[in-house]
Structures are given as C-alpha cells and as structure tokens.
Design a protein around this ligand. Sequence first.
Ligand code: 13P
Length: 256
Amino acid sequence: MRKKMVAGNWKMNKNLHESILLADDIRQAVETLSADRLPAVVLAPAFPFLYPVSQTLRANSQLAVAAQYCHAARSGAFTGEVSVEMIRSTGARYVIIGHSERRMLFGEKEEEINKKIKMVLEAGLHPVLCVGEKLEERKENRHFDAVAHQLNSALENCSPADLQHLIVAYEPVWAIGTGLTASAAQAQEMHVFIRQTIKQKTDDAFANQLMVLYGGSCNPSNAAELFACPDVDGGLIGGASLNAADFVSIIKAAMK
Ligand code: 13P
C-alpha cells in the first residue's frame, strides 16, 4: 500500500515568529496521533524560515520541510535566487516545482521546470511536481492533454532510476484558492491518468508506488472524500494549511 502525504504550502504567508508557532503547534498535534497510520507531513514555509522551521520539527522524523521553489542553476550571479544545495543545507527534504503560481505569475518555463526536477533529484531531495489544467482547458475537454504535456515536458530525459524520489501533485488551476474543488470523481480520474502517463516512462511497479497528491481548495470538509479515492495519496494544501487545527484535521482525514 502507498503511504499518504499531507503537505502545507504556506505560500507568502507568516513571518518568522508565526512560522515557528504554526510548525510547533502542528508538531505537537501530530505527536498525539497514532504513528502507524500517520501520513508523511510536510510544511513549506517561505525561504527565510526553512531552517528555523526545520529546527522546530527536527525531533520528529515523520515531519519534514519543503521549499516552495528553487533556481535551476547550481550557483552563481543570480541575485535574489536560491539554489537546491542551499535548500538542502537547511534540512529541507522536498522542493515544490512548477506550481501554477510560479508558471503564471513569474513566467516559469517548461524547460526550467525540467532542469529543476533534475537538479532536485540529483541532490537526493524529493521534487513535488505540480501539474494541472486551467479552467478553459477543462471546459474545452483538453485537461488530459494539458496535464500529459506538463508531465512529459517536466520529466523529459529523466530515466526511471532518476525518478525514484518524484512526487506529483495534481492541482487544477481553477480550484486553487477559489473554493472550487475537483469532485472526488474528477480527482480520481486525473490521478489514474497521471499514473498511466508516468507508467509509459517507467514501469508498472514504479507507477503503482508513485505518490500523487491532490491540491486546490482542499479543506477539513472535503479532504476525507478526496483522500478516500484509491489513487489520491493525500494533499498539497494552501489556505487550510495556515491554521494548525484545520491542517491537523486534514492530516486526520488521510488516516481514515
Ligand atoms: P488552496 O488550498 O489555497 O486552494 O491552494 C492550493 C495550492 O496551491 C497548494 O499548492
């Protein structure tokens, strides 16, 4: 059986003090839950808080930290940017790559996403590759093509061995921060499609163990139904991850 994961993408929210408090509240609540059913719990604070949040969680190996983004180059004259090695040195184990906000608001290109995936894998970290169609693509019934294209371009020239640490998050753009959620049936159907697309690049065993998360207005009221789908392995949570009680109830939904 695949393990589940619940990851909180805090986006550009919470200052240092608030980030540490939130991480600590989540850690304390998680420590009261039964360890055997606990999903992997991942918190993605802003860059300056990766290290302090990582320190706050350190005592608990079930909890880990993710960066929300990275630069594609190893190092160099890229003022304001952050490399994978810098992220690794903070204790973070995951990097979110290709979030739709990076693609749409910051013009992140597919070839950069492909380079970043390779860089993250090479560093021994886990990329959480975000894919998902826009509203017009869904309305025009092009959602499978859009997601296949994103997966194929992001993973171009990656060998099956390279992909061992990959995690995919299906985040339909129309569901992010809108209060609209994919129905359980829509999520399940797309997660199966993602698994099949990855299978073509790897094999059955790999595709069957690949973790595919759902993201987009996932909250304490809809998480259990989404996570009950056989191919939904947990969630990448935005707004509802900023409140410890809500986030913990989503973690509990992944334990059912
Ligand atoms: P919301 O949960 O706020 O819709 O955000 C989802 C998301 O973008 C997570 O990466």
